[in-house]
Write a protein that binds this ligand. Structure first.
Ligand code: ASP
Length: 311
């Protein structure tokens, strides 16, 4: 039996203790711990890594503090367009959705694409129709509303600016928002899941890395499971998640070495701010970022159970 491990993230960016109010910090910590416990308990009961990552991400999607599901940022038209993807490391099967409106839990929809279609990636109206056909929870636009993200949007909605998610406590601070989870179950099977509302004021059907298998999400039992958060355009161009796997597969890097190379060398060189979480088939986990902070947590069967925010 493998060591079981779950790691999660809730976005990265300029997250400084000096400007975080104690009550907001507590809310973030509680939100992260709830998601961590939810996914870990599935693994501890013998559940699969794919179930664990889906379930942990759903808890974060349902929490309006995080930019995914409820609390997703506003597009230029005042809508919420969400992206999500999920991948299983033993079968290399994957499911992804992009520019999805009204679906309460886009990660659940991505899993349904993986399990119940011949396809990997569904987008827009068609993805919504598929969600309805599958009987998934659909909400109206108001469900996704959050006051602080509405205020962020008001600041930029008449400009050409696309904004990465900003934290609620100071408009000067940049918090890149997206949620994700990676897991290794007792059989050494890996899985990764990532979900986001994307960037404030985005238009023209903009999508980042989150729904793109290989960029924002990747899982392969031979190497690792990775979930990213950061400036999507750069993570797309870096093919960030798969690059970690390739360094492990072709160059024999450890998980930690490969993640360091991609996050702190390649992405820094490209000016791609953000981070990623990863786990390998022995249950080793890493959480690496090149920004000021990253909401993150890790729990394993050797007693690690931690939630962290700052560097
Ligand atoms: N990577 C995501 C995107 O670019 C969002 C983020 O992590 O801020 O859409």
């Amino acid at each position: 039996m493998s060591r079981i491990t779950l790691a999660i993230h809730g976005g990265a960016g300029t997250i400084l203790k000096s400007t975080m109010s104690p009550s907001i910090e507590l809310s973030y910590r509680e939100g992260l711990q709830a998601a961590l416990d939810n996914g870990y308990n599935i693994l501890a009961k013998g559940g699969s890594s794919i179930e664990a990552v889906k379930s942990a991400v759903m808890v974060l999607e349902d929490n309006e503090l995080f930019n995914a599901g409820k609390g997703s940022v506003f597009t230029n038209e005042g809508a919420h367009e969400m992206d999500a993807s999920i991948m299983e490391g033993n079968s290399l099967k994957a499911g992804a959705v992009g520019i999805v409106k009204y679906v309460r839990n886009p990660i659940e929809l991505a899993l349904h694409v993986m399990l119940h279609t011949e396809h990997v990636f569904l987008g827009g109206e068609g993805a919504l129709q598929f969600a309805q056909q599958q009987g998934l929870a659909i909400e109206n636009n108001d469900y996704f509303f959050s006051q602080f993200r509405f205020d962020q949007w008001q600041n930029v909605k008449n400009s050409e600016t696309f904004q990465l998610d900003h934290s609620p406590f100071s408009t000067k601070e940049k918090k890149i928002g997206t949620v994700g989870a990676v897991a290794c179950d007792q059989f050494g099977n890996l899985a990764a899941a990532t979900s986001t509302g994307g960037m404030t004021n985005k238009k023209f059907g903009r999508m980042g890395d989150t729904s793109v298998i290989g960029s924002g999400t990747y899982a392969n039992n031979a190497t690792c499971a990775i979930s990213c958060t950061g400036h999507g355009e750069l993570f797309l161009r870096a093919v960030a998640a798969y690059d970690v796997s390739a360094l492990m597969e072709y160059k024999g890097y450890s998980l930690n070495e490969a993640m360091e190379e991609v996050v702190n060398k390649k992405l820094v060189f490209m000016e791609g701010e953000g981070g990623m979480i990863g786990v390998d088939a022995k249950g080793n986990a890493s959480m690496i970022f090149n920004s000021e902070g990253m909401y993150r947590g890790c729990r394993n069967s050797e007693g690690t159970n931690e939630v962290q925010i700052y560097r």
